[in-house]
Design a protein around this ligand. Structure first.
Ligand SMILES: NC(=O)c1ccc[n+]([C@@H]2O[C@H](COP(=O)([O-])OP(=O)(O)OC[C@H]3O[C@@H](n4cnc5c(N)ncnc54)[C@H](O)[C@@H]3O)[C@@H](O)[C@H]2O)c1
Length: 258
């Protein structure tokens, strides 16, 4: 799909990988972007930097059905269509199955991760796809593109990532059935499983943990650049034959257990 003048919804677009992608798609590819994010201050600041002629922010909780429906309706009212949906909103949620005194972790902590990182992806994807079906089919076949953000933790989750890894593996699990079902309406669905990129989510980790992570980077021996993630999104939008795929964007890094 050609990106120029297409409307791209980006959840988690007020920060990190989503924000870099919003900038890239507007500045390099002349897209329109709609940022769905909880963080009002960061969302409004993003629109101010990108330019209100091509970007809007809608305060959205991806885990809430009414909130997402309102956000989708707002984009339709402003831009009249949704062509691409990039699901990046997530919370890192690190905790062990057994706490300090061997006490089982409260189920609510696990449920919070699934509500945002997994249910949230389905919630936004499904409502955006409903709108994509109204688009004219580009080159006779394409009405929309979905990119769901997973993580290397879906494959090699570290100690304490049980909930996070389960949600990110769930995102990969959705990929193929979604691609198979939505092919019939001209929508492709792919996922990206990033390794370590320097964003707020990662910068917020304890220094000790961050140092151990950096030391595990493989080739190239550095954290990912957020523009490399954005470039991967552009590739997935533009290449009409890639579907049902998960791209590991991690410089060959495989995390150790700790
Ligand atoms: N940064 C990395 O190294 C890395 C590695 C692997 C996977 N990922 C994945 O990439 C995606 C983006 O990560 P990031 O590092 O840019 O994170 P980030 O923390 O910089 O951005 C996440 C954004 O999601 C928003 N958000 C959180 N909960 C929300 C909710 N309920 N509704 C709407 N918005 C919500 C936050 O406000 C924030 O702006 C996430 O899915 C993350 O799991 C990141």
């Amino acid at each position: 799909m050609r990106i120029q003048d297409k409307v791209v919804v980006i959840t988690g677009g007020a920060s990190g990988l989503g924000l870099a992608t919003a900038h890239y798609l507007v500045e390099e590819k002349a897209a329109f972007v709609a940022i769905f994010d909880l963080n009002v201050e960061a969302g409004e600041a993003a629109v101010a930097r990108i330019g209100a002629d091509r970007a809007i922010y809608v305060q959205t909780d991806v885990s809430d059905e009414a909130s997402v429906q309102h956000a989708v309706d707002t984009v339709m009212a402003r831009f009249g269509a949704i062509h691409v949906c990039i699901n990046g909103a997530a919370v890192p949620t690190g905790f062990k199955i057994l706490g300090k005194e061997g006490k089982a972790a409260p189920l609510a902590r696990f449920a919070q991760a699934t509500a945002i990182n997994l249910n949230g992806v389905f919630n936004v994807m499904s409502k955006c796809v409903e709108q994509m079906t109204r688009n004219d089919a580009e080159a006779g076949e394409e009405r929309g593109v979905v990119i769901n953000v997973s993580s290397g933790a879906a494959y090699e989750g570290q100690v304490g990532q049980c909930a996070y890894s389960a949600t990110k593996a769930g995102v990969i699990g959705m990929n193929m059935p979604a691609a198979r079902e939505l092919g019939a309406v001209g929508v492709r669905v792919n996922a990206i499983a990033p390794g370590l990129f320097l964003t707020t989510m990662v910068a917020g980790l304890e220094e000790k943990i961050l140092d151990s992570l950096k030391e595990q980077m493989e080739a190239p021996k550095r954290l990912g650049d957020t523009r490399e993630f954005a470039h991967c999104c552009a590739f997935l939008i533009e290449n009409a034959y890639i579907n049902g795929e998960t791209i590991r964007l991690d410089g060959a890094t495989r995390m150790r257990a700790r």
